[in-house]
Ligand binder design. Structure first.
Ligand SMILES: [Zn+2]
Length: 431
């Protein structure tokens, strides 16, 4: 990996207590941050690449802690429906026709979109785990892929195969690819499958990515079937003794919240998806007050319909103000913290990414605040969360490698990817 220096920037480290630094610079070598701080006057070293940030804001790459990346192919295909009807009449029948190449090109399309939006890492759960993983490797992005485990779908692999794939990826893929196990949800997996996944995760040190209590109906389903609420049920199966990334957690009661905080489960709040599917309002204020680990995710593009973490930060800030009647909750800084360091911790990568700090991986994004909608600049956090948009991102890098800059993807053929993804999408919905 080349050495890189970005200078003439406003740096937002997202380290707790750090003020914005300006003018500032960041230096990376071998994909790792070697210096971040006030701009130095005399630089003797030379770098493979030097970038003048032009006064742009340099911040940690945004981490999309819950998505189903290849669902970009179904963006706008079925909207304005309740979750179960949406899944059973539209999404699952279409997914039954998926082929490996669909997942690859759908994921590549998602990677283009995410890099353009300043996202450097995503936590994924989907079919054809190998194709999604290959896309992440080819796209240069950091990823935590998992193959979705469902008890009722026959073309999908079992826990044993999922573990085998995950171990193979861990052995052969670049270290920025961190495989997980992906049991879909407590209501869609048998207890045997959940128990096996929990045991395999513990044996091999794999994280678990799962949907948890997204809708009131599914909570009732688990209660009816097991006599327990979903969090207690997962705990009984031993699942929560692993690192768990739990998407949604909309319908969790106070006792469940306490357990999630106690077990340091990574909660992924997906405000846009929850609002679009009318799943409810996640008790984020209580989560934060309980000291739970809370990150943000877009969920799949079919239920969002964007992969835009600045949007999620804004939605998180707005949703809980509107819902609580208190404009002082989920402040801009807190929302941006959830999209960076919160998400990084929620997916189990808090030691590597989420903050700009010496020793962490050089995953960053740069946002220009020069356009009219970002002027004047009074407060950086407010500007980024309430005024800026994905289109203001001018540069995105992973492991110190620039993957997007000023409209160009140096390592990807965007036109080709978009064309292939469109072919796959049209075949899927028209066949
Ligand atoms: Zn999801």
């Amino acid at each position: 990996m080349p050495s890189l220096r970005v200078y003439n920037a406003i740096v937002l480290t997202m380290v707790s207590g750090d003020e914005p630094i300006s003018p500032a610079e960041l230096v990376s070598a071998d994909g790792q941050i070697e210096y971040v701080g006030p701009q130095r006057a005399d630089i003797e070293e030379s770098y493979d690449e030097t970038i003048d940030a032009g006064g742009g804001v340099l911040l940690p790459g945004l981490v999309n802690a819950h998505t189903h990346l290849a669902m970009t192919l179904m963006r706008g295909y079925a909207d304005d429906m309740p979750l179960q009807e949406w899944l059973t009449t539209k999404i699952w029948p279409t997914e039954a026709k998926l082929q490996e190449q669909d997942v690859y090109w759908g994921a590549m399309l998602g990677i283009l979109e995410m890099l353009r939006a300043g996202i450097t890492c995503f936590c994924d759960m989907y079919h054809f785990f190998n194709a999604g993983t290959r896309a992440a490797i080819d796209g240069g992005i950091r990823a935590l892929p998992s193959g979705v485990l469902l008890s009722f779908a026959d073309k999908i692999y079992n826990v044993e195969q999922a573990v085998e794939f995950a171990l193979e990826v861990r052995k052969n893929a670049p270290s920025r690819i961190v495989p997980m196990l992906g049991p879909h949800a407590p209501y869609s997996c048998t207890d045997e499958m959940l128990r096996q996944a929990a045991a395999a995760a513990a044996e091999h040190g794999l994280g678990i990515h799962i949907h948890l209590s997204e809708t009131a109906d599914e909570v009732q389903q688990v209660l009816d079937a097991t006599g327990m609420r979903p969090v207690a049920y997962l705990d009984k199966l031993g699942l929560l003794d692993n690192h768990v990334t739990a998407a949604h957690c909309v319908h969790v009661d106070d006792a469940e919240l306490e357990m999630l905080a106690d077990k340091q489960v990574g909660i992924v709040h997906c405000p846009t998806s929850n609002m679009k599917l009318a799943s409810g309002f996640a008790p984020v204020l209580k989560m934060l007050a309980a000291g739970a680990c809370v990150g943000l995710g877009t969920d799949g593009a079919a239920s969002n319909n964007r992969l835009d973490m600045l949007q999620e930060a804004r939605m998180a800030a707005l949703e809980h103000k509107a819902h609580s009647g208190d404009p002082g909750v989920v402040k801009a800084e807190e929302a941006l913290r959830m999209a960076t360091v919160g998400s990084a911790r929620a997916v189990g990568l808090g030691d590597r990414v989420g903050m700009l700090q010496v020793g962490k991986r050089a995953d960053f994004t740069m946002i220009s605040l020069q356009e009219a909608h970002n002027q004047p600049l009074h407060n950086l956090y407010s500007q980024l969360v309430y005024a800026a948009e994905a289109a203001d991102v001018v540069c995105t890098a992973v492991d110190g490698v620039v993957l997007y800059r000023d409209g160009v993807y140096p390592h990807l053929d965007a036109k080709h990817i978009i064309a292939r993804a469109n072919e796959c999408a049209h075949r899927l919905v028209n066949s």
